[in-house]
Design a protein around this ligand. Structure first.
Ligand SMILES: Nc1ncnc2c1ncn2[C@@H]1O[C@H](COP(=O)(O)OP(=O)(O)OP(=O)(O)O)[C@@H](O)[C@H]1O
Ligand SMILES: [Mg+2]
Length: 351
């Protein structure tokens, strides 16, 4: 049993409450991603699990054992940092074996584990080099290797890909995911990159200002965001939003248009529609809201259109080949079941 349980933890730095109170369970074998904007407390939380940071209240259990006061080295976790934290004066082999040597693991066992990990990560030919003679991607692999050889109960990752260029980041993302499918080690991964979160996670925890906004599978969060924050955070381009007021099933929009029969609830709200849910019609069509095409951005397989709708700039995702041109008038609609409504004050989803 190697799950991690975080229960009612609180953390403050001086007068600043960084984590007011937070609870979440990470299941055994799961790849759980914490995602949220810069400064929302992701690293702080991870460091609390690792034992690098204390906390005021609450409990953390790893594999059923309460670790609140346990030293990091006793927690049976391995952490991969953003800057890799490799020892510059040691070879790759020495870097990978260091933690095991400190624990008194027999030399032949260390050698075997290093060889196994190096083969998995395809760095066997680099074992005698020092970190400065490695590329960013290779250093990243060594940092992963150092975590793997420990065979810990839990891997902790803090933005391990953020120092890599865009292409390498995508490659390493797939590799870490493949590695998890092979090893099935419980993993907690922290990032502010929503694409990393969506593509890698079994479940995502969206954090905002030290609190959990929502926990769920990537697609559950994408299709049923519990709050306007989650709706806006996951997805690129982000969900289109518009202030509205709902009155007996009629949505009143800022420029006076009304959409009948599509809404439950009453009062001020935020209307949200994903770019791929938007339907564009000719200007003379009778359905939908009037709009004007402002930008056409072909990406190959798809094209992004910026459309001015009710005084806002909305994005539509359409097939790569499109007839739409800037300056054209159009009308936009969307299927009623792909419309999201959030309370204007609290941001909480209406049913
Ligand atoms: N040692 C510290 N002393 C005081 N405040 C701190 C300390 N470490 C972090 N903070 C503050 O706590 C908050 C959370 O920081 P944290 O590093 O956990 O954010 P994060 O979500 O990891 O952000 P990022 O995505 O930028 O890495 C921030 O407001 C930060 O300034
Ligand atoms: Mg951080």
């Amino acid at each position: 049993m190697s799950g991690v349980s975080i229960q009612r933890v609180r953390k403050r730095y001086g007068d600043t409450e960084v984590i007011p109170e937070l609870s979440v369970d990470i299941h055994e074998g799961e790849f759980l991603v914490f995602v949220g904007p810069s400064g929302c407390g992701k690293s702080t939380l991870l460091r609390m699990v690792a034992g690098l940071e204390g906390f005021e209240a609450g409990d953390i259990h790893i594999g059923g054992v309460r670790v609140n006061t346990m030293h990091p080295s006793e927690r049976d976790i391995a952490m991969v940092f953003q800057d890799y934290a490799l020892y510059p004066h040691m070879t790759v082999r020495q870097n990978m074996g260091f933690g095991l040597r400190m624990r008194g693991t027999p030399a032949d066992e260390i050698a075997k584990r290093i060889q196994d990990a190096a083969e998995i990560l395809q760095i066997a030919h680099l074992l005698e080099r020092r970190p400065r003679a490695l590329s960013g991607g290779q250093r990243q692999r060594v940092a992963m290797g150092r975590a793997i050889v420990r065979k810990p109960q839990v891997f902790l990752f803090d933005e391990p890909l953020s120092n890599l260029d865009a292409k390498l980041r995508v490659d390493m993302r797939s590799e870490i995911k493949a590695l998890h499918q092979r090893l099935r080690t419980t993993s907690i991964y922290v990032t502010h990159d929503q694409v990393e979160a969506m593509t890698m996670a079994d479940r995502i925890v969206v954090m905002n200002k030290g609190r959990i906004e929502q926990v769920g599978t990537p697609l559950a969060l994408y299709h049923q965001p519990a709050t306007a924050f989650v709706a806006g955070f996951l997805g690129s381009p982000p969900m289109n939003m518009l202030e509205a007021t709902c009155n007996q099933g009629v949505l009143q929009l800022p420029e006076g248009q009304a959409l009948a029969g599509t809404a439950q609830g009453s009062g001020p709200c935020m209307l949200g529609v994903r770019p791929e849910a938007l339907r564009l019609h000719q200007a003379l069509a009778t359905e939908g809201l009037p709009g004007e095409i402002q930008l056409v951005e072909p990406l190959g397989a798809e094209t992004l259109l910026s459309v001015r709708v009710a005084g806002r700039r909305w994005m539509a995702r359409v097939p790569g080949e499109t007839e739409w041109r800037p300056g054209q008038s159009c009308r936009v609609s969307w299927p009623a079941d792909q419309q999201h409504l959030f309370d204007a004050t609290t941001g909480v989803r209406w049913s």
